[in-house]
Write a protein that binds this ligand. Sequence first.
Ligand code: ZNH
Length: 189
Amino acid sequence: SLTAKDKATVKAFWAQVSGRAEDIGKDALGRMLIVYPQTKTYFAHWKDLGPNSAPVKKHGMTVMGGVADDIGGDALSRMVTVYPQTKTYFAHWKDLRPGSAPVMKHGKTVMGGVADAVSKIDDLTGGLLSLSELHAFTLRVDPANFKILAHNILVVFAIKFPKDFTPEVHVSLDKFLAALARALAEKYR
Ligand code: ZNH
C-alpha cells in the first residue's frame, strides 16, 4: 500500500509537472506581450499587462493548463491504439484516432479525475466512491482496463518528463495509480 513517502513523492511530482507548465505559461505570455506589442490589442480590457501582473499570470496558467491536459489526451490516444479492446467503451464517438478531438477532450476529463485523486490520496476509496459507482453501474467498464490506462499514463509521464520521472517517482506513481484503480473498482463488489 502507499507509504507516507509514496504519497509525498506523488504530490511533489504532481506539483512539479502541473506547476511547471503553469510557470512556463506565465513567462511565455508576459514575454509575448513585450516582444510583440501588437498582441496586446487582444488583452486591452485587462487593467495591467505587465509581465508579472495578475491577469497575465492567470491567463498564462490557463493557456499552459491546456498543455498539461495533453498528458491525458496522449495517454488515452495511446491506450485505444495499443490496446484496441479498450475502444469498445468509446464506440459512440465518431473519431477514435490518436489526437482526435473527442479523445483529447476525454483525456483532459480523466486527468482531471487523476488530479482530484491526488488531492484525496489519504482516502481514495471514500473520495472516489461516486466515480466508482459511475464506472461500475452506468459505464460498465471492465476494471482490468484501469490497469491498462494507468500503464499508458506512466508511459506518457516518462516521455514528457524524462528528468523528473526517476525510478523512485515511477514506483510511487505506479503504486498510486494502482490504488486509484482499486478505489475505482470498489463498487464492483
Ligand atoms: Zn473513466 C467517464 C475518470 C478510467 C471509460 N471517467 C469518466 C469521467 C471521469 C473519469 C472523471 C467523467 C465522469 C462524468 O461525466 O461525471 N476514468 C477516470 C479515471 C480513470 C478512468 C480517473 C482512471 C485513472 N474510464 C477509465 C477506463 C475506461 C473509462 C480505463 C475504459 C477503458 N470513462 C469511461 C467512459 C466514460 C468515462 C466510456 C464516459 C465517456 C463519455 O462521456 O462518452
